[in-house]
Design a protein around this ligand. Structure first.
Ligand SMILES: [Zn+2]
Length: 329
């Protein structure tokens, strides 16, 4: 009986969902996202990759047009930190609202009937009573997965164009010099990585960053690294956003890479989270190179992903970056 009670309590604790999301149509394809903390305690959420970060778009929604998935056309961001201001704080029973023009993140260029659901995972959250413990390190993230909203139908009678909200700033001459140097270090790095991947899927470095070998995964990884290596189309841009290494738009065929505050303070090559490695990471995101995601960030989480979920590791940008950077320790 006691065991049963413990089990029931365990189930009720695990299944309690403090955070809920509701989406409503405002106009055209602009929606209002309401996130509610229904708990009696405050909660802090890391806003990376969520529609709570008004600096960047996020792939937090599942959008279908006449039943077929719609391409995500927004940005994908390599963050530094986290820092305290990367968290959004919810008081007990507080609801916060955010407006999201979906046409800036998803391809709404065709008129028609779209179905939208918010489906997102939070990389890190904390009960506010322990707020002094924030920011967490990437090694101590406490994920909160599976925030799913109601579904919403949006009917558009005309196609809607994406608006690019962030304008890059002109690079200084010093930044241009540094970008050229980082670009040539990236070439050195990827050349060595391509030669190393041809040694096969059993080397310690491969196993560390991509996990258990399978022919299909190894072939995929070899091909992605090969496309990073052979890519000659790239434009380096400058952006002063702090707390961010770089970002790209994965559908961008000109391969613009926007380098931000943390990029300029990173080492060029040698160790992890370098400028050369960041450029590998960003190139792997382009959907005609690697179509990688940022499922996890940081060396600890990337190693863990390799050992627990190698299929996801072969699609995660940091795993490519750290594989390449491991060859220059
Ligand atoms: Zn990334």
């Amino acid at each position: 009986m006691y065991l049963l009670l413990v089990l029931l309590l365990g189930v009720s604790v695990c299944s309690s969902r403090e955070l809920t999301a509701t989406i409503k149509l405002v106009e055209q394809a602009t929606i209002n996202v309401e996130i509610t903390n229904s708990a009696e305690y405050g909660i802090a959420l890391l806003r990376w990759n969520l529609p709570l970060d008004n600096r960047f778009q996020s792939d937090s929604f599942r959008v279908l047009l006449q039943g077929a998935p719609v391409t995500y056309i927004g940005s994908i961001v390599k963050y530094a930190g986290p820092y305290l201001n990367d968290y959004v704080f919810f008081a007990p029973n507080e609801t916060k609202s955010y407006q999201v023009p979906l046409e800036n993140s998803y391809d709404f260029s065709q008129p028609g009937e779209y179905d939208v659901v918010m489906v997102t995972d939070v990389l890190d959250y904390e009960i506010v009573d322990d707020v002094h413990s924030l920011p967490h390190t990437r090694e101590t993230f406490s994920p909160y997965s599976g925030i799913i909203s109601n579904s919403l139908q949006i009917t558009t009678t005309e196609g809607l164009a994406q608006k690019i909200l962030r304008a890059p700033v002109p690079c200084t001459s010093s930044q241009t010099t540094q970008l050229n140097s980082a670009g040539s270090s990236q070439k050195t790095m990827i050349t060595r990585a391509v030669s190393r991947i041809h040694e096969g899927g059993h080397t310690p470095t491969y196993l560390e960053w991509f996990g258990a070998n399978s022919d299909a995964r190894w072939t995929h990884i070899r091909d992605v690294l090969g496309r990073v290596n052979s890519n000659t189309v790239v434009v380096y841009r400058c952006d002063n956003e702090q707390g961010v290494f770089a970002y790209v738009y994965p559908t961008d065929r000109a391969h613009n890479i926007y380098c931000c505050g943390a990029f300029w303070t990173a080492g060029v090559i040698g160790g992890f989270d370098t400028r050369a490695g960041t450029l590998v990471h960003e190139l792997s995101h382009f959907d005609n190179i690697g179509a990688t995601q940022d499922y996890v960030y940081g060396t600890g989480a990337a190693r863990n992903l390799a050992s627990t979920n190698p299929n996801q590791a072969r699609a995660n940008a940091d795993n490519y970056e750290y594989f390449c950077e491991s060859l220059f320790k």
